[in-house]
Ligand binder design. Structure first.
Ligand SMILES: *[C@@H]1O[C@H](CO)[C@@H](O)[C@H](O)[C@H]1NC(C)=O
Ligand SMILES: *[C@@H]1O[C@H](CO)[C@@H](O)[C@H](O)[C@H]1NC(C)=O
Ligand SMILES: *[C@@H]1O[C@H](CO)[C@@H](O)[C@H](O)[C@H]1NC(C)=O
Ligand SMILES: *[C@@H]1O[C@H](CO)[C@@H](O)[C@H](O)[C@H]1NC(C)=O
Ligand SMILES: *[C@@H]1O[C@H](CO)[C@@H](O)[C@H](O)[C@H]1NC(C)=O
Ligand SMILES: *[C@@H]1O[C@H](CO)[C@@H](O)[C@H](O)[C@H]1NC(C)=O
Ligand SMILES: *[C@@H]1O[C@H](CO)[C@@H](O)[C@H](O)[C@H]1NC(C)=O
Ligand SMILES: *[C@@H]1O[C@H](CO)[C@@H](O)[C@H](O)[C@H]1NC(C)=O
Ligand SMILES: *[C@@H]1O[C@H](CO)[C@@H](O)[C@H](O)[C@H]1NC(C)=O
Ligand SMILES: *[C@@H]1O[C@H](CO)[C@@H](O)[C@H](O)[C@H]1NC(C)=O
Ligand SMILES: *[C@@H]1O[C@H](CO)[C@@H](O)[C@H](O)[C@H]1NC(C)=O
Ligand SMILES: *[C@@H]1O[C@H](CO)[C@@H](O)[C@H](O)[C@H]1NC(C)=O
Length: 775
């Protein structure tokens, strides 16, 4: 559409201009006008026939604004306010563009104001002249301003020039009645002047800031100042601005307007720095600058004193004196350097002061004095160089005074505050003093009319000692102390996993907490655990628990575990701890181990048996008949008799009538004790002992008795005299009897037997067998 139009214009232009040599144009180009001014633009349309129309920023312009004479068309635009507009002239016939122009507007400097003032001096002829004005322009536009001034609107001279909307000159040599001023703004494209402004000198003289003095007195600040006026007949309004020094930014200073040259500020705090500043104006002229701020320390204001006083009475010392710690608040510490504190100590009996004053000078805000066991009233007097300011007293009961006392004191902690409540005493009281401390040095106290109180502003995680004392008319009751209580409980700084005991599907995690503070507490523990590439699992237990059994773990898997302690003020997490669950159920393992050990023991036992057997087999003893001895077997009767004759102590031996090896015999001879039974047993002599055999031999008259060796095949039968003829050991001699052997047997048994009866049988001592080969 557009290109077609351009082509058309191009073609039309060529045909008409060539043929008719007529002009089509819009004049003037690049028009600058003041905002709101009127402008006339001419469109020549000789190159086309017929009428024309206008567009302003592509919008058609009302036709009745144009006046046409033949092919000359004049457009009159009134009150033009666009900052920049494109105006075009078209042929009505074929909508051919005949020409265009750009109209820009500018504004004139407005609202010019000028001030005469003192810059380097404070009186006489003002040494500076500044004018400023408003000018709306695009910020990129470079403008040069020139200020013209004169005593009449015609007679102006340039006084200064600048690039910004103000301008200052120091060339004021004398004061005149009125000043006329215009401001010219000039750019490369346009130039415009402001309207002329007229200023009466007395209205534009800005006087020098006042000279201020501030005097503090005990209850006020007196501010006074002096000004230099150029026209002393004029009124001089002033403003005083004051505030506490180092005010937080959001507080605005107080502003007081006066027409006199002093001000008394009464609402000031005691012993605080205030800053004060004053400015004045001459008539309706602009305000002077603010005077430099004066900082002044206020004095202690008697009427503002709210002295609070309390005491702590210590237990009686060895010397019968009690130490009383007096403390007070309500005097700003900044006042202290100018104050004297005195303690007046009086005895107090039957609700009366009974004299005997002693005085002590004190520092602030606490003082220690000593009293005896009687009741006392202590007065604190505070004075400065102007005299007594305030006096306050406190009661110290006698040691043995019967006084009301509160009961059932309860404390509880909530969100860092401590709540105290108690039961009132039976007697009427006028209130209670609650005092509290966390270190025995700094005390806080408050008064309560109820039987409860809430203590604020406590140090975190600290144990507090709280005392409640009822107040009587002019005395105090007895104090009651609450149990120590923590202001708050924080989460401990350390959680340590102590150990982890694992099974194949579970783990017992054990932890403990550590804290530097006495007041720590845990609301809940969360145990977080995960295996590699597994989800993070968690279990929460309450804060009193210190272990947990994690279930449903996978056997033979590494897990990492950590414990998170959650308290009222945050959480603490332990380091990660790693553990590997066991591959098998430890109970199974235990059973297996037990079975295994039993098996091993069995095997060992078997092996031992085999070894013994083997050794026995290898070292099968070959009886050496040369070592054997032959004796006659005692007859049954003799045997019995001998048995009866045995000393009682030898009973066990006789029960087990034995065949002794020579070795055994010899070993036993030396150490034979009356109760040598155990001794023999330890030497396996029981193998030779067959009580049943002995009994059998006793009961039956069978003279032959069978003595068995351990192995049946090795058993050697005792033999009778009848069989002695075929005995392979017939070569053995009976002389062997005299070989060293047990006294009882060799001498007792055989000796007597030989004398009395004919031997029915013999026995063979198998001394030829090595001791170790028998079992
Ligand atoms: C031009 O015409 C418009 C209506 O089209 C009318 O409102 C306006 O007053 C006219 N202006 C003049 C100057 O005649
Ligand atoms: C307008 O044109 C007529 C003839 O067409 C001519 O007589 C007259 O002088 C012209 N007027 C102007 C102002 O050019
Ligand atoms: C000029 O136009 C402005 C707004 O467009 C209007 O407020 C003002 O009254 C007009 N002035 C005249 C003289 O028409
Ligand atoms: C004129 O300038 C003064 C400051 O120089 C300003 O307070 C005031 O608002 C201005 N007036 C207008 C109409 O812009
Ligand atoms: C002059 O104008 C500039 C820029 O607006 C400003 O920074 C400066 O403070 C003004 N000076 C005076 C004396 O008003
Ligand atoms: C008051 O100000 C002076 C100095 O200006 C300073 O030394 C002093 O500590 C201040 N006193 C107070 C209470 O702020
Ligand atoms: C008064 O004080 C003196 C010494 O300071 C002492 O001897 C005397 O007993 C006191 N009297 C009373 C009534 O306390
Ligand atoms: C405080 O007392 C001491 C001696 O008692 C005295 O010299 C001093 O002037 C007093 N100071 C004031 C401010 O009263
Ligand atoms: C606080 O009370 C406890 C007993 O409850 C006591 O041992 C401790 O000394 C007291 N501390 C202070 C500073 O009085
Ligand atoms: C004390 O208890 C009374 C009611 O028994 C209650 O109104 C008051 O708020 C409590 N004060 C404090 C400080 O807890
Ligand atoms: C005391 O506790 C509060 C909130 O619990 C915290 O903001 C503050 O920093 C703690 N102060 C100290 C000294 O720990
Ligand atoms: C604990 O696990 C539950 C889901 O079992 C989850 O919603 C919760 O966020 C976990 N807590 C933490 C502290 O990871």
């Amino acid at each position: 559409m557009c290109s077609i139009k351009v082509l058309f214009i191009f073609a039309a232009g060529i045909s008409f201009c060539k043929g008719l040599r007529d002009i089509c144009n819009v004049e003037p180009k690049d028009v600058y006008i003041e905002v709101g001014a009127s402008v006339q633009i001419v469109c020549q349309s000789s190159c086309v026939s017929g009428n024309i129309f206008w567009t302003l920023n592509d919008k058609p312009v009302s036709e009745n604004l144009t006046h046409s004479f033949n092919s000359t068309h004049v457009l009159s635009l009134r009150n033009f306010t666009n900052t920049k507009a494109t105006l075009q002239c078209y042929s009505s016939l074929n909508h051919q563009a005949l020409g265009g122009t750009i109209i820009k507007t500018f504004t004139r400097p407005k609202n010019v104001s000028c001030v005469l003032y003192y810059k380097t001096q404070s009186s006489g002829v003002p040494d500076s002249f500044t004018c400023r004005w408003d000018h709306q322009t695009s910020p990129s536009l470079k403008i040069k301003y020139t200020v013209f001034m004169g005593t009449t609107s015609e007679n102006l001279r340039e006084i200064c020039s600048s690039q910004v909307t103000n301008c200052t000159t120091g060339q004021i040599f004398n004061l005149i009645d009125d000043y006329f001023v215009t401001v010219r703004a000039k750019t490369s494209a346009w130039e415009t002047d402001s309207d002329p402004y007229m200023f009466a000198t007395e209205d534009i003289i800005k006087i020098a800031p006042p000279v201020v003095t501030v005097t503090p007195s005990s209850d006020r600040l007196l501010v006074e100042w002096t000004v230099h006026l150029s026209f002393s007949q004029l009124k001089c309004p002033c403003q005083v601005k004051y505030s506490k020094a180092l005010l937080p930014n959001n507080e605005t200073p107080e502003l007081v307007s006066v027409t006199v040259q002093n001000l008394s500020i009464k609402e000031v705090e005691s012993c605080r720095n205030y800053t004060v500043s004053v400015r004045c104006a001459q008539g309706v002229a602009p305000w002077s600058d603010w005077s430099p701020e004066k900082t002044i320390l206020t004095k202690l204001n008697k009427r503002q004193i709210r002295l609070r006083m309390w005491r702590k009475v210590a237990a009686e010392g060895e010397d019968g004196k009690r130490k009383v710690h007096l403390m007070w608040t309500g005097i700003p510490s900044t006042c202290d350097e100018s104050l004297n504190y005195t303690i007046k100590q009086t005895s107090y009996t039957k609700n009366k002061i009974v004299g005997n004053y002693t005085h002590a000078s004190c520092g602030s805000p606490a003082c220690d004095v000593e009293v005896d066991q009687h009741a006392h009233k202590l007065f604190l007097t505070m004075s400065n160089d102007e005299g007594l300011i305030v006096e306050k007293s406190v009661y110290v009961p006698a040691k043995e005074e019967s006084l009301p006392q509160i009961t059932d004191i309860q404390t509880s902690e909530r969100e860092g505050d401590i709540q105290v409540s108690w039961m009132a005493p039976a007697q009427p009281v006028s209130g209670y003093i609650i005092d509290w401390t966390h270190n025995g040095k700094q005390y806080n106290w408050m008064r309560s009319a109820f039987t409860n109180a809430t203590l604020f502003d406590l140090v975190n995680r600290t144990e507090y000692n709280i005392t409640v004392t009822p107040l009587l008319e002019d005395r105090t009751g007895r104090s009651s102390e609450a149990l120590q209580i923590c202001s708050s409980r924080g989460v401990p700084e350390n959680v340590v996993i102590r150990d982890v005991q694992t099974s194949n599907t579970g783990a017992l995690v054990n932890w403990h907490t550590e804290s530097r503070y006495p007041c720590s507490g845990v609301v809940s523990f969360t145990v977080l655990y995960e295996m590699q590439n597994g989800p993070l699992l968690n279990v929460t237990v309450d804060g009193t628990k210190h272990d947990i059994f994690l279930k449903d773990l996978q056997p033979g898997t590494q897990y990492s575990v950590s414990v998170e302690a959650k308290g009222h003020d945050g959480t603490t997490t332990s380091r990660n701890s790693f553990f590997i669950t066991q591959k098998f159920d430890p109970r199974l393992l235990k059973v297996l181990t037990a079975c295994g050990s039993i098996l091993v023991l069995l095997v060992l036992f078997l092996l031992l048996c085999c070894a013994i057997k083997w050794r026995k087999f290898m070292e099968k003893p070959i009886p050496n008949p040369g070592l054997s001895s032959v004796a006659k077997w005692l007859s049954q009767n003799h045997h019995k008799k001998a048995w009866f004759f045995q000393p009682f102590t030898h009973h066990p031996e006789n029960i087990c009538d034995q065949v002794f090896t020579e070795e055994t015999r010899r070993a036993n001879t030396s150490s034979l004790a009356p109760t040598g039974y155990g001794n023999k047993a330890s030497q396996h002599s029981d193998e030779y002992c067959d009580p049943s055999a002995t009994l059998a031999s006793d009961e039956s008259s069978e003279p032959t008795e069978t003595q068995r060796l351990s192995s049946p095949e090795e058993s050697i039968s005792s033999f009778s005299t009848e069989s002695s003829s075929i005995n392979p050991y017939r070569s053995q001699s009976s002389a062997e009897i005299s070989m060293p052997r047990s006294d009882k047997l060799s001498q007792g048994d055989s000796g007597r037997a030989q004398e009395k009866t004919a031997p029915k049988c013999v026995y063979v001592s198998l001394n030829m067998l090595e001791q170790g080969n028998v079992r």
